[in-house]
Design a protein. Structure first.
Length: 344
């Protein structure tokens, strides 16, 4: 029987393929973002949808314009600019003036994403960075929140279109974060956990309804779009540091988890592929560090919220985390130490 010779084909990396393209991944994220978007429109009216659409339009338009003036191929077809715009818009209050999401989209795409080389090369999460910029530039508008629509009242229809026709229909509302901040020294936060879970509270468009966010998390985990270690590590660290930094900390675990942007950041912002670590240990350190920074800012900082600032700060530390906790190549053996006095 003749000898069969097998050909060994050597190719460059990567050697592991996947059916998930960038466009498919972004499409899954867009679908997941639709859950809190729908909840936000139901809670706050159609002006909330208008705010998100403005942020998306600004983000996509900024990327298209940048490629046009730089004479580069159009990259808006990968859908990443839509994802950035949706995340940014959902992080805004449902009453912000129209120019806030427009400028936010320009900052996110032009300054944070495209100037550093485009998708995969940005130093920080574009939406988180843009939100921090907007908080510093328009603090009053970014910190004005309203109560959700009361559908049992006769003004529900007016509230659905309040941002377009009648802003007097708005009722400003204190967020649970403000209550938690004031109750930190007493050891007991007087907040309604059921209202926080259902979203019957003031807040940004996409962060309030926890049912919608849990649905997003389940969807992204089922399709293996995000690394489960990041949201789990972040949520557990927020719970742990609630015990550390608050008097009678057990009373603050659920309020801290369900208030502000903790759940939204853990699901959609910290899990960004480009700005999260590449190693297993580094991923846990990244998630725990974000939880620590969030609680430090909430408990001792001048602002009630700390999630977006924590995302930005930990993004900046990712290169150091990757360098400090680099995985060893398969089969690597540490060279033996040379005796003292031996010439190098």
């Amino acid at each position: 029987m003749p000898e069969v010779k097998e050909k060994l084909i050597v190719t460059s990396s990567p050697h592991v393929g996947s059916a998930l393209t960038t466009k498919k991944i972004m499409l899954h994220v867009i679908i997941a973002l639709c859950f809190p978007l729908i909840a936000g429109v139901v809670l706050y009216g159609f002006y909330a949808l208008f705010v998100v659409l403005l942020a998306v339009a600004s983000s996509v338009g900024s990327e298209w314009f940048y490629n046009l003036i730089r004479k580069k191929p159009d990259t808006t077809g990968d859908l990443s600019a839509i994802v950035t715009g949706m995340i940014l818009g959902l992080n805004l209050p449902p009453t912000v003036p129209f120019y806030v999401p427009l400028i936010g989209g320009i900052v996110a795409i032009m300054l944070v994403k495209m100037l550093f080389g485009g998708l995969g090369k940005n130093f920080a999460n574009p939406a988180a960075t843009a939100r921090v910029f907007l908080l510093l530039a328009w603090g009053t508008q970014m910190m004005t929140f309203i109560a959700p629509i009361d559908y049992s009242s006769g003004v529900a229809a007016a509230r659905l279109f309040a941002g377009f026709v009648d802003e007097t229909a708005y009722v400003t509302s204190a967020t649970p974060l403000a209550v938690i901040k004031g109750a930190a020294a007493t050891g007991s936060a007087d907040v309604n956990l059921l209202d926080m879970f259902l979203g019957n509270i003031g807040g940004t468009i996409g962060e309030t309804c926890k049912i919608a966010l849990i649905a997003s998390l389940i969807y992204l985990l089922i399709f293996k779009i995000i690394d489960w270690k990041i949201p789990v590590g972040y949520f557990l660290s927020v719970a742990f540091f609630s015990l550390v930094f608050y008097k009678d900390g057990w009373n603050f675990i659920l309020p801290n988890l369900m208030s502000g942007g903790v759940m939204f950041a853990g699901i959609f912002m910290l899990t960004d592929y480009t700005t999260s670590p590449d190693t297993r240990l580094g991923t846990w350190i990244f998630a725990v560090g974000a939880g620590l920074m969030t609680l430090l800012i909430r408990r001792y900082g001048g602002m009630n919220e700390g999630a977006s600032f924590a995302v930005l700060l930990m993004n900046l530390l990712v290169p150091l985390i990757d360098k400090g906790f680099k995985s060893r190549p398969f089969g690597y053996k540490k060279p033996p130490k040379k005796p003292k006095g031996e010439a190098v």
